[in-house]
Design a protein around this ligand. Structure first.
Ligand code: C5P
Length: 237
């Protein structure tokens, strides 16, 4: 696993731009995240790029489908060499269990470690009002997030993706060993962009995040390398 807890998303549209970021940040960053934009454009070539660069890979495709289909997708993600794969907890207990079994089986067949499987609870773009309206419920958003995190643990996942303010409740429900990966992180000197309710990298780590995802403060910076170095200094000073 990596020597630090910083994950940088490759939110770019082609392989050349991804390659440039990975090369620029190679000395500072060990973990990169591939999302739907890059993967839809170039597919497993994006994963191969990171494997060749000897980087750790978070395949952020947030699978959500019937159990058999998600099991197949997770097996494929395991086969191409992803170290972290995520899926929506709203796919249900059976879907998450099937994902876990598929990752275990595929990894055993290849003789590689099982990838870390993370659940996504409720998307951070959904606030309390929209949650109650769109899901047709009186339930509090926070309670739903805690409930889904607990369900993901029961299904045998290894952790969740959670924004900074939910770290505390998830730690309480799922314990200290459950992996928490936290986006929505902003250094004080950076723009919040479209992220709401942010914490700084150091605050998110202090709150109990195992990994933080920091994108635009690094990737849109004039000097991405210096931005990454500054963030790491702020966390590990
Ligand atoms: O540029 P920024 O730091 O906002 O990027 C955050 C990354 O984390 C993006 O790739 C975004 O899709 C992802 N993410 C998020 N919130 C979630 C899950 C993933 O911001 N709840």
């Amino acid at each position: 696993m990596s020597q630090n807890q910083l994950i940088v998303p490759l939110d770019v549209e082609n392989l050349a731009a991804a390659n440039q970021l990975v090369t620029t940040l190679s000395d500072e960053v060990n973990w990169f995240k591939i999302g739907k934009q890059l993967f839809t454009a170039v597919g497993p070539a994006s994963v191969n790029l990171l494997r060749e660069a000897k980087k750790d890979i978070f395949l952020d495709l947030k699978f959500h489908d019937i159990p058999n289909t998600v099991a197949g997708a997770v097996a494929s993600g395991t086969k191409v060499g992803a170290n972290i794969i995520n899926l929506h907890t709203l796919g249900g207990l059976e879907m998450m269990r099937a994902a876990r079994a598929a990752a275990e089986e595929q990894a055993a067949e290849l003789g590689i470690p099982k990838p870390t499987l993370l659940g996504v609870t409720i998307l951070t773009s959904i606030d309390e009002v929209n949650f109650q309206r769109d899901f047709g419920t009186q339930r509090k958003l926070r309670d739903q997030i805690a409930y889904l995190a607990e369900l993901s643990q029961k299904a045998g996942l290894d952790g969740v993706v959670a924004p900074p303010l939910e770290i505390e409740v998830i730690r309480k429900v799922c314990g200290s060993d459950y992996v928490i990966v936290t986006p929505g992180v902003r250094p004080e000197w950076a723009d919040a962009d479209d992220q709401r309710r942010v914490m700084t990298p150091a605050e998110a780590i202090a709150a109990g995040a195992d990994y933080i995802v920091v994108g635009r403060p690094i990737t849109a910076s004039d000097n991405p390398r210096e931005a990454a170095q500054t963030i790491l200094q702020e966390i590990y000073k």
